[in-house]
Each structure stands twice: as C-alpha cells, then as structure tokens.
Design a protein around this ligand. Structure first.
Ligand SMILES: [Zn+2]
Length: 99
C-alpha cells in the first residue's frame, strides 16, 4: 500500500480538505471522498467511496490510510460529517482499501 506514504507528504497548492480521521489538512487529490448512499432495495444507508469525487451531497474526506479510517471510526467522525446518526455499514473501509 504505497498510497499511505504519499498521504503523509506536505499539502501542495490547490484545493485543500480536512481529513476526518487525523484532522490534518491535505490536498484534495490526496484524500478519498466518502458519501452516503441509500441502498435501492431496502433503503439502508451506507457509506461509499466517491471515486470520481463528483457525487452530489455532503462528502467526508479521509486519507487512504488505515490509521485515518480507524481514527474516523473511533470518533464516528464520518457519520457526523455526513450528518447521519444511524449505524451504517462500513463498506467504505473495504472499498478504500482496494483503491
Ligand atoms: Zn488523515
């Protein structure tokens, strides 16, 4: 997983977002965007990775780093950032790990 090394570098010029895990600001390109998606069949809310960073609605940004996922998970920061209070499937961990 080489992407975690890149995520630790200093922010570059351009759009900057704050990681919901470590709370550090970083270049938009260095972060993964997470959005809430409602399952079409049963309406279950789940958090998914917005790979194109183009889905509508509120997004949460996190480094593609397991430590940031863990921090975000502990603080329930993703749910707060996305304004969801109910439990969600954390499919985003799997998706982002593969990205
Ligand atoms: Zn982070």
């Amino acid at each position: 997983m080489t992407s975690s090394l890149r995520a630790c570098e200093a922010p570059t010029d351009g759009p900057v977002r704050t990681c919901v895990g470590c709370r550090r600001k970083d270049a938009r390109e260095a972060l993964v965007r997470l959005v809430v998606d409602r399952a079409p069949l049963d309406g279950t809310l789940r958090v998914v990775v917005d790979e194109r960073r183009s889905l509508p609605g509120r997004g949460a940004w996190v480094h593609p780093d397991p430590r940031c996922y863990e921090l975000a998970d502990k603080r329930r920061a993703v749910g707060r950032a996305l304004r969801i209070t109910s439990a969600v499937e954390h499919v985003w961990q799997d998706n982002a790990g593969r990205a």
